[in-house]
Design a protein around this ligand. Structure first.
Ligand code: SF4
Length: 304
């Protein structure tokens, strides 16, 4: 019997489930072996969407639990924008896109060389037309990939493992003990919408290129309790949207790259903008004093 759907987690005997999971636990070693032996000439396409061209509907990352407002804004049909996003974040995200495309291409080539025993689905779309759950909550997203295990070439999969690639700075990677809570929620939404029973969060250290092993806690089965919590929260936000009541802000570092920060106007960003405007005014004043001096008298260099 296969392990290809969430329901299979209930149907399969425990020892069989444990055996399947050991196959998934080998993925990290397979990946490293593939990279060690790789001598191909490789090219691949990289791309990204600006916030304003992202499709409408709720994105899985907005159900990460950090703030309920992005889901509310999505439901109200507000447009996202990243025009105000600090180039610091934009550059970081661009590098993240490059990593994603490279690692997805690795998995595609690795599976291609498996003589049909593994197949890879890249950037698997989640949308209301393709999934009952996505339709229920108007979810539009995509999962980095699904790795399918086959017992013979061309046969239907006997196991499906979702893949989510995450990049971290060396310091963040060093402190990681398990997948981040927001990533657990995001991947739980992917698993539910795609009906995937197992998932590997492949964290990559951007400094050393090390990856986390494909073992628990990085590989996990669908979390029924977590999904119930996410679903309950989604229903509450839908209710608030129905009565046109906006949820409270939950501010944090994530406000900086939230697609709705312009319309939301969180205090943290308003204060940051004031600080930056103040610094700009001080810099301009100091420059003026250096040029024309106090009261029009040129100030000697180094005296300010
Ligand atoms: S800007 Fe911050 S508080 Fe406002 S919706 Fe986005 S995450 Fe929430």
């Amino acid at each position: 019997m296969p392990l290809t759907t969430i329901e299979d987690l209930h149907k399969e005997p425990r020892d069989r489930l444990a055996l399947y999971q050991t196959w998934a636990y080998d993925l990290g070693d397979m990946y490293d072996k593939f990279v060690r032996e790789d001598e191909d000439n490789v090219s691949f396409e990289v791309g990204w969407h600006g916030a304003s061209s992202r499709s409408a509907g709720i994105h899985a990352s907005e159900l990460s639990g950090e703030c309920q407002r992005p889901v509310w804004y999505s439901l109200m049909g507000e447009a996202r924008s990243d025009q105000e996003l600090d180039p610091f974040w934009k550059k970081k995200f661009r590098v993240g896109h490059v990593y994603h495309a490279m690692v997805q291409e690795d998995w595609r080539r690795l599976c291609e060389k498996s003589d049909g025993l593994l197949t890879f689905e890249r950037e698997v779309r989640i949308s209301p037309e393709l999934s009952k759950i996505a339709k229920q909550y108007d979810i539009q997203s995509s999962c980095d990939g699904i790795i399918n295990f086959h017992d013979k070439p061309g046969a239907p999969p006997i196991m499906r493992v979702g893949l989510e690639i995450k990049t971290e700075s060396p310091d963040q990677f060093k402190d990681l003990k398990e997948p981040k809570a927001q990533h657990r929620r995001q991947t739980c939404v992917y698993m539910k919408c795609l009906d995937v029973p197992l998932l590997y969060t492949q964290y990559i250290n951007k400094g050393t290129q090390n990856i986390v092993p494909s073992k628990p806690p990085w590989v996990f089965t669908f979390d029924f309790q977590l999904w119930n919590a996410i679903e309950k929260e989604a229903k509450q936000i839908i209710h608030l949207a129905t009565i046109n009541e906006i949820p409270p802000r939950s501010e944090g570092i994530w406000c900086e790259f939230c697609g709705y920060n312009k319309i939301c106007g969180p205090d943290t960003l308003v204060r940051k903008a004031k600080r930056e405007a103040g610094k700009k005014a001080r810099d301009a004043r100091n420059k003026r004093i250096r040029t024309v001096g106090v009261g029009g008298i040129r100030t000697p260099k180094g005296s300010l």
